[in-house]
Every structure is written in C-alpha cells, then in structure tokens.
Design a protein. Sequence first.
Length: 332
Amino acid sequence: MNVRSTARAPAAGCGGRHAPERIGLPLAAAVIGIGLAGVQGCAGTTHEPVPSREPAPPLPANPLDNVGTAGNTLAVKIDNVGAHIQAIHQGLAQADIVYWVEVEGGQSRLLALYDANHLPALIGPVRSARETDIPLLQQYGHLDFAYSGAISGLLPLLDKADVQNVTPFTDPGAFTNRAVDPTFVDPHQIIAKFPSVPARSPGFGFGAAPGGGDALGAMAWHLPAASIGVRFNGGTYDVSLDGHPAWSGTATVLVQHVSIVPGRFTDFNAGHPDNEVFTRTTGSGRAEVLRDGRVWNVRWSRPDPAAGTSFTLPDGSSMAFATGPVLVVMVP
C-alpha cells in the first residue's frame, strides 16, 4: 500500500503532525523505524559531539634555498654557449640552484633545479643531458628531469636513473619550438603531469654567516672554452657568463673543486667526434663559499652518491649558506 506525503507538512518527530492514511503493519513498523531514526537532530534531543580536527602540520622549509616551503623538484639542462643564447635565457633568476659544469670541448652547460612552489613561466633554452647529471642528481632523490635529448650510449643509463625523464620526444606538449633550437620548457605542465616527491636537501644548511672569512667583491672562474663570474652588489651576486651579464639575485656562490675526467661516450652530432667529460661529484675536496661579500674556505664531502654533500669549516663546524638561490661552480 502506498503512503502519500504532504509536501508542506513539517517533518514528523520535530513538532509536526502527519495524518497518514491507513498503513499496514509491516509498513507502519518501517515508518516508525524511520521516525525514530529521524528524531536525532531535532530540538531538545542530544547531539553526538563533533570530533575536533588537529591542525595540519606546517610544511617543511624548502631545502634547496630555504625560500618558501618544500614542493616537488624539477631539474632542467640549459644551454649557455654563445652570447646569442645567453641573451634569450629564461628562468635562471628563478632557479633555486644552478650548477655550472664542464662538457665536451672545454665548454660548459647549466643544470638548474626548481622547487615547484615558485616556478617561472618558461625555462631554457633546453639542451641535452650528460653522464655527469645522473650521479649529481642522485642526491636529490626522485625528481623530474627535463632535457632536449641525449647521445645513444647514455639513454640506457638515463632510463635506469631515479628520475622522471621529460624530453620533446616523450612529452612534446611541454616544450616550445620543438622542431628547431632553441627549445623552451613549460615547467608547470611537467609538474602537473609528473608530480615527484618533495624536494630533498643536497646537504646545504642555511643560517647566519660564521665569523671570519675574507672580503671578496668579485671573482671569475675559467674552463678551456668558458668562464663564469660573480660580483657582489651589496645584497646578492650578479652572475656573468663568458663576460656577458646573465642573471642576478644569487645569495650564495659555492665553488666546488672536483675531478674532471674523460667520459665514456663520444658525441658525433657536431659533424666531428667530441669526447665527453665526466665530473666526479662524489668523494671529497676543497671548496670556497661566497656570501655577503666575503669568502670562506671549506671542505666538501660526499662518500655516498645517494646522500647529500657536507661543507665544513676548518674547525669542523658546518658552513651556513645565505637564504636564497645558490650557484654551484664546478672547477678542477
């Protein structure tokens, strides 16, 4: 038997009265059950206490440069050969960390790392990955790695590396000018498609400058066919590439003296064989840290390729970096 409902009648059990038609016993029992269940929440009844929610724990600080909170990590290989390329750079000033690393022919390339919480609109020009990139990035844990390609011998190593490889061949929608150089990448598309784990510290510690240090306003470093220089502007450092202004805003400059040896691969893309080089970023050695217009001599150590690099002063204490972007200059 059907029961008609009265559209404007107040709800039963909450001060209103229904005038139901005759109801069979099974249906009446069901209605009574519904009525009892519906009593909760009416005036004069007892409510269950609403459990209080614990506030969400604060997000950890960004371990790359101590600016903002930790987000996913993106690494991009960037071209810097020639004044015409340097004139169209995008995204370098927004990078948390930039590595200046030797490649074949005594030239250099840039490897830039970004926390996903403050990405530029575009990054580039993007160039090819090198063997040095794989162990260098290993200390950051799993991350997204954008590059334009790699020589055939390196591809199996990149496939095995703990990175999400992003290239114009695998994800063309993330790149502009895909058919020709220069190529730029949209970092927002990469992070949205391939969310990596939150940024992991490469061993940098941030804080007030230690005592001592020597005043140093400007310095330059050279490879056989490339150079990079910095000049303190009173707050941060202006960076130049091959004598041309490049970007500003670097808070700490780390000069890491490393061993650069012949690589395992030869590049024939330029129409002649170029023997690649390999920069060893594990082991230990000397380094200099520039911040606040001064320089400190330190030691770097990274015995485990899966762990970060420590930087210690002569007294054994850790060297504190200034909060803000870090430039790492790798030279012999």
